[in-house]
Write a new protein. Structure first.
Ligand SMILES: [Zn+2]
Length: 429
């Protein structure tokens, strides 16, 4: 899972003028790069798709066995992690996948391994080994209005992940650019919605919106049963039927996740939020013992769908470190393992606050975001998170919606969601 995606991305393709000695160096770099990616995939295949885990696993070996520099060794790990993650997603959608083989003549670059000289229309690229960088002219179309210029000539577009390609004897650079997405106008009192992800409740919001995974999990078990019985009978058409079961399951899951994502964005808008905050998805499978590849894939998808839908509404989507969010009391701040009574029950050992564990966690996720926002250099002007009946601020505490004139009008439009609701301070009886 990538961290928050707040950028528009574009790619400008250009040919490079490369001298013969430089081309030799770049060909060697391509070969080392392919080997680095292959080492990473071979070491991590099937069991590791997180960039940081993969880096820990394969970085030293890549540095030992190839001539890639440190940053390119890291990029090779990240490349392999992306490829494994997409294989796993395809497999979970019922498609057959095999371990990637790095045969295409490409090398990934980022802003640490390449420098773009916009005015000179040149680029310098890190190469393998101890060789210095290769500097090459961009061969842009003669037409001044080539689409590449709108990115190259504009300060708004900053350099992002790029790829060098060698094809037909020529070198091409796919230069990645990114630009911050516009955000909803935030005031100093901007609001976020906290969202906790889980196995039995796929999502629970700080406004007490519960999105059950019950039906989804039930359907998946049904698909599994169908698959097993097809495999057992092994008819001539079994393979094709299995494939179609996989497709149907994939479609069903995607449809469900799209619906939940849509409702989460609607929930954020209903409560006048400026953004939606999730926990970091990296390592979520280790944190949720009942989660499997399916769940991890589903969380990843859900996050991406929310991000996509939120971008149209000008809402930002961000993630926070989930440390302690499941064992901290959102009412008094007391942190203890024993407060988490079971998967769904939370009872604070200090103040006695009893609540649904995921709901308590959703509030903590939102609060963690507020703390981080206070320390961040790039502030969004967010100072509170949304609850069902008011907002919570770090310093001033709970403020009911009835005391907030600017949000009064929204009361009328609130609460037409199908999801189950609970009171802010405990279980509804
Ligand atoms: Zn407490």
């Amino acid at each position: 899972m990538s961290s928050c995606e707040e950028y528009h991305r574009r790619t400008a393709v250009t040919r490079l003028a490369v001298s013969e000695p430089d081309a030799t160096v770049l060909r060697q770099t391509v070969s080392e790069w392919k080997e680095g990616c292959q080492i990473a995939v071979d070491m991590a295949w099937d069991h590791c798709q997180s960039k940081s885990d993969l880096q820990r696993l394969a970085y030293d070996t890549i540095r030992d066995q190839t001539e890639l520099g440190s940053q390119h060794a890291i990029l090779a790990c990240h490349q392999a992690a992306d490829n494994i993650a997409s294989c796993i997603a395809q497999r979970n959608a019922g498609q057959e996948v095999s371990k990637p083989n790095y045969t295409s003549p490409t090398v990934a670059y980022d802003s640490r391994t390449m420098t773009l000289y916009r005015d000179a229309e040149q680029v310098s690229l890190t190469t393998s080994g101890d060789r210095s960088r290769v500097r090459a002219d961009l061969v842009l179309p003669p037409d001044e209005d080539g689409y590449q210029d709108q990115y190259l000539d504009s300060d708004e577009w900053e350099l992002a992940e790029s790829t060098l390609h060698h094809r037909g004897g020529e070198w091409y650079l796919h230069i990645g650019f990114r630009k911050l997405k516009p955000e909803r106008q935030t005031t100093e009192n901007g609001t976020v919605l906290g969202v906790d992800l889980g196995v039995s409740q796929i999502a629970v919001t700080s406004t007490a919106g519960f999105y059950s995974a019950g039906k989804l999990n039930h359907e998946r078990r049904e698909f599994d049963r169908l698959r097993r019985s097809l495999q057992a009978h092994g008819s001539r058409n079994a393979h094709r039927t299995l494939e179609s079961v996989g497709e149907k399951e994939g479609e069903y899951v995607k449809h469900t996740l799209h619906r939940v994502a849509k409702e989460l964005v609607e929930e954020a808008l209903r409560y006048n939020c400026n953004g939606i905050v999730f926990e970091d998805l990296e390592g979520i499978r280790e944190r949720l013992p009942a989660a499997d590849w399916h769940s991890e894939w589903a969380f990843d998808r859900l996050f991406n769908y929310v991000e996509y839908k939120a971008s149209f509404e000008g809402l930002f989507v961000d993630t926070v470190n989930p440390k302690n969010t499941s064992i901290r009391c959102a009412e008094c701040g007391y942190i203890h393992e024993s407060s988490r009574q079971s998967r769904s029950e939370f009872e604070c050992g200090n103040c006695g606050n009893r609540n649904h564990a995921d709901y308590n966690a959703a509030k903590n996720i939102a609060e963690t975001y507020l703390w981080r926002e206070q320390q961040s250099s790039r502030r969004r002007g967010v100072s509170q998170y949304a609850l069902k009946s008011g907002t919570m601020r770090l310093n001033r505490g709970f403020i009911p919606y009835s005391e907030q004139s600017e949000v009064e009008s929204m009361d009328k439009s609130r609460s037409n969601s199908e999801s189950t609701r609970m009171s802010d301070h405990g279980r509804d009886s």
